[in-house]
Design a protein around this ligand. Structure first.
Ligand code: ZN
Length: 409
């Protein structure tokens, strides 16, 4: 491929002459010379006719075939022949390729600006490194330009706060609701700043805002004729809170009405208890449940049952008031997190997250029981140290020995 063909590929429609191409493993260097018409002075627009000198300038360009590309461009410096112009000389620029004071081509600048627009500084810098583009985060952010702000506010103006740094610094963003575009960004969220902006940019007929009092104060001051409306998100939030508040106030009558409207219930279907694998905690739960309910049926008080079974009274109440399948489900959850025996490891995890204190007391009681001679097992409630092969409870109606009689009723 000759230089002419390469020139057509690298510089389509650009007035340069390709003079030389230097290829290295990771870099392509293209040497070219400007050949355009005589340029005009940037100060007085006088056509430059006399060449002062020429020199080489280096421009970064978009990579090609996986290699970085640099352009060495020979440009001419011209005299400005207008006597009243303060500029003596000026340098020509190649349209579509170079700009004053810039060391990257126009095409590369467009790429970097697009990266900065989509990714910002740090993420854009990482992508540029992967794409063989030399650009730090500062350079990327410098390429972003502040858009022009129209002299008049849009007809439907949206206003909301946003965080420069969450919890510390907040600003205000103004949006054209109908066009769906950002109009301007204010440095804070005070009513004074927003009111000043409204005075400088009149024309807002409808202001769509959140529930912040600062914005409504600014609208009343600077645009009193504008109609204030709540935005969709806050409207739904207001509606949700109002419904919730109303339901809370009328909870009693709603429940009463619901009970009246409730169709007659079908007879409850009693499902068999799930078959759980044997674990110490599940076995202990079954034994405690049976022991507590056996004594409850005999009209023992909670305190008496607690003393007799060496349990906390809260635990006794829980076993008295909670269905067995629910207790077993809780025990199963505890089993998954602990497979240790509660008797031989007193510091084992509790059988349920909500019963830490009672389990610690049970573990301590088990420790005390393990360090003293085992008491004879009570025939009435099988009280005694925890044992996998603990005997089952006697049949209902068995006569209770006098030793198990409760102290108080
Ligand atoms: Zn001039």
């Amino acid at each position: 491929m000759d230089l002419r063909a390469i020139e057509d590929v690298l510089f389509p429609g650009i007035d340069v002459d390709l003079e030389r191409l230097v290829v290295s493993p990771d870099l392509l260097v293209v040497e070219a010379a400007a050949r355009g018409k005589s340029p005009r002075c940037p100060s007085c627009a006088t056509l430059g006719k006399r060449v002062h000198s020429s020199y080489w300038r280096t421009l970064g360009e978009r990579p090609a075939i996986g290699r970085r590309l640099a352009i060495r461009l020979r440009v001419r410096r011209f005299f400005c022949d207008r006597k009243r112009c303060g500029r003596l000389t000026f340098v020509e620029q190649v349209e579509g390729l170079s700009e004053r004071y810039r060391r990257s081509s126009i095409g590369l600048k467009g790429w970097l600006r697009a990266v900065a627009m989509e990714l910002g500084g740090r993420a854009g810098e990482r992508l540029c490194r992967a794409l063989h583009l030399r650009a730090g985060r500062t350079r990327l952010l410098e390429l972003l330009e502040v858009p022009e702000v129209a002299a008049r506010a849009p007809r439907v103006l949206g206003v909301d706060e946003f965080a420069f740094r969450r919890g510390r610094t907040y600003g205000t963003v103004l949006v054209d609701i109908e066009a769906g575009t950002v109009v301007d960004v204010l440095p804070d969220r005070t009513s004074e700043t927003f009111a000043a902006w409204l005075r400088e940019h009149p024309g807002a007929a409808i202001v769509c805002r959140d529930r912040a009092t600062a914005y409504t104060k600014a609208v009343k001051e600077a645009a009193p004729k504008a109609i204030e409306v709540a935005d969709r998100w806050h409207l739904l939030q207001n509606l949700g809170r109002a419904v919730e508040k109303t339901c809370q106030q009328h909870r009693a009558c709603l429940r009463k009405q619901a009970d009246q409207d409730e169709p007659p219930q079908a007879p409850a279907v009693v499902l068999p208890l799930p078959v759980l694998p044997w674990t110490p905690i599940i076995e202990r739960t079954r034994e405690r449940y049976a022991g507590v309910h056996r004594l409850v049926e005999r009209d023992w008080t909670v305190s008496a049952i607690a003393r007799h079974l060496q349990l906390d009274r809260k635990t006794v109440r829980r076993f008295r008031d909670t269905p067995l399948d629910e207790l077993l489900a809780s025990a199963k959850a505890a089993t998954s997190s602990s497979r240790s025996c509660p008797t031989c490891t007193p510091a084992s995890p509790p059988e349920s997250p909500a019963d830490d204190a009672s389990s610690r007391r049970s573990a301590n009681a088990a420790t005390r029981a393990a360090t003293r001679p085992s008491p004879p097992t009570c025939a009435d409630c099988t009280r005694g140290p925890w044992n996998r092969s603990a005997p089952t409870f006697p049949a209902p109606g068995a006569s209770p020995p006098g030793s198990c009689a409760p102290a108080t009723r």
